[in-house]
Design a protein around this ligand. Structure first.
Ligand code: GLC
Length: 463
């Protein structure tokens, strides 16, 4: 079975959000199952390939010239890097101030046209697309192979100038939407299967409230729409082997966790007090992640009592709001405006609780990464969070975290209060941690489900 998987991101070479981790994790697991997967990514520049072969791609005039560098790259394996006009930039989407490039529609439509040309050349058994950046590929193909489109986030659809419509060569009408062109919409109408990154999210998006304007089309998909929960890379996210940690630890010997807590507090300039839990946050700072709720909650942190450390970068307005809270509360809250992989590992390892107040969350990886490190998640009850976090007060026998039933600061404060109370009770804390650490969060099971899907599509002529 030969799979061609196209994405705008893959860890470690182009990493912006969770999609980079998810795509990398799936590809790695599929290869371990001896599946022939090659990845297609834009050539953002600066990536060296071994065994490099360069070929021209037949492209529509507006996206010419297009070419592809094929070879292998360390940490990823077999890859095709596509060069089309304006694709090569220092960041996949944004300038240095975090503002989206104006020509992103052109860049990724061009990329999609090139992925289509490569698909013709490679003739894979299944073409696997990810999010809006690659969704338009299906519009450029006359006879597409069996196809899967993963939705990592319905909030981004790649809405473009309608002037491009006729360029989506043979199937423009699938992409037309309220006098714009909508790559994600066209992709989901043309794909044989649409996969959301958790089962719960595949149901949520059928409602007008969560469907981001597309719920009617999503309902129309019927059983072509499925949910498969993401995994995490358990080789990278393993506290027993993690070289970023101050001290390694494991489910059998959690003693090392306290050394990591001490180090984390020092790193964030907070006083150490082992009787008080540390609440960690590692997040992109965008509306979706409920950052505004944190700023409402912040003044209650001293009364819990707890310390809060936040690591993340993103929206300048949200950065400013957090900084204001820190200024008023610097003994209890500390913030690092950064996207730092090593520090991220240290926050998961050194925190007692992880706060994840997402307004919506297609899957979410941080809650699983936290649980693997014995850090108890406190989350909202949305998307993939609802599929992975079980409230330990509602379900004392199976609970692995604490879940707010409402998306507001009162519900979250209640969940945080319940979490700090459980944390102070040593045996309850240990039981909750153990369940999180014992669960298999790896890609083994999710990859099996993707494989089953690929097999169904590849062997079914009337897919
Ligand atoms: C996006 C979603 C997140 C998901 C990730 C990987 O970043 O917002 O919920 O975990 O993609 O699929």
């Amino acid at each position: 079975m030969k799979i061609l998987l196209a994405s705008a991101e893959i860890a470690p070479i182009a990493r912006v959000g969770g999609m980079a981790e998810a795509v990398a994790g799936l590809v790695k697991q599929l290869r371990q199952n001896n599946i022939d997967v090659s990845v297609v990514l834009p050539d953002y520049g600066g990536v060296e390939l071994t065994n490099e072969v360069v070929s021209e791609l037949p492209m529509p005039a507006w996206a010419s010239p297009g070419s592809v560098r094929s070879g292998e790259v360390e940490g990823v394996g077999a890859i095709h890097l596509i060069d089309v006009p304006w694709i090569e930039k220092a960041h996949p989407y944004n300038d240095a101030n975090g503002v989206a490039f104006e020509d992103n529609d052109l860049r990724f439509l061009g990329f999609s046209a090139a992925v289509a040309a490569l698909t013709v050349k490679e003739s894979p058994d299944v073409l696997h697309l990810n999010d809006w950046h690659t969704a338009a590929t299906l519009g450029f193909l006359n006879e597409p192979p069996p196809s899967v489109l993963s939705i990592h986030n319905l909030g981004y659809q790649g809405i473009a100038n309608p002037g491009w419509l006729d360029e989506i060569t043979n199937r423009p009408h699938y992409f037309a939407w309220h006098n714009t062109i909508n790559p994600l919409l066209g992709g989901l109408r043309l794909a044989d299967r649409v996969v959301t990154v958790s089962p719960n999210y595949s149901k949520e998006i059928l409602s007008e409230e969560d469907g981001m304007g597309l719920h009617e089309y999503l309902i129309d998909l019927g059983d072509r729409l499925v949910g498969i929960v993401n995994g995490i890379d358990t080789a990278e996210w393993n506290p027993h082997t993690d070289s970023f940690l101050e001290k390694k630890f494991s489910i059998k010997n959690k003693a090392g966790k306290s050394a990591n807590k001490k180090k984390l507090l020092t790193e964030f300039g907070l006083d150490h007090d082992s009787s008080v839990p540390v609440i960690g946050m590692v997040s992109r700072l965008v509306e979706q992640k409920g950052i505004d709720l944190i700023t409402e909650l912040a003044r209650f942190i001293p009364n819990l009592p707890a310390k809060l450390v936040i690591l993340g970068s993103g929206d300048i307005r949200l950065v400013n709001e957090i900084q204001q809270q820190v200024a008023q509360n610097h003994e209890h809250i500390s913030f690092r405006n950064d996207y730092d992989l090593k520090l991220g590992h240290q926050v998961f390892a050194g925190s007692d609780l992880l706060l994840m107040p997402s307004r919506f969350e297609p899957c979410g990886l941080a809650q699983m990464q936290a649980m693997a490190y014995g850090t108890i998640p406190v989350t909202t009850n949305v998307g993939g969070l609802a599929d992975t976090v079980i409230d330990a007060d509602l379900f004392p026998e199976t609970g692995n975290g604490f879940v707010s039933q409402s998306i507001d600061s009162i519900g979250l404060l209640d969940a945080l209060y319940r979490a700090t109370r459980a944390w102070r009770n040593r045996s309850q804390r240990a039981a909750i941690q153990r369940r999180g650490m014992e669960t298999d969060w790896s890609w083994t099971e999710p990859a099996k489900q993707y494989l089953q899907l690929y097999n169904e599509l590849a062997t079914n002529s009337d897919r």
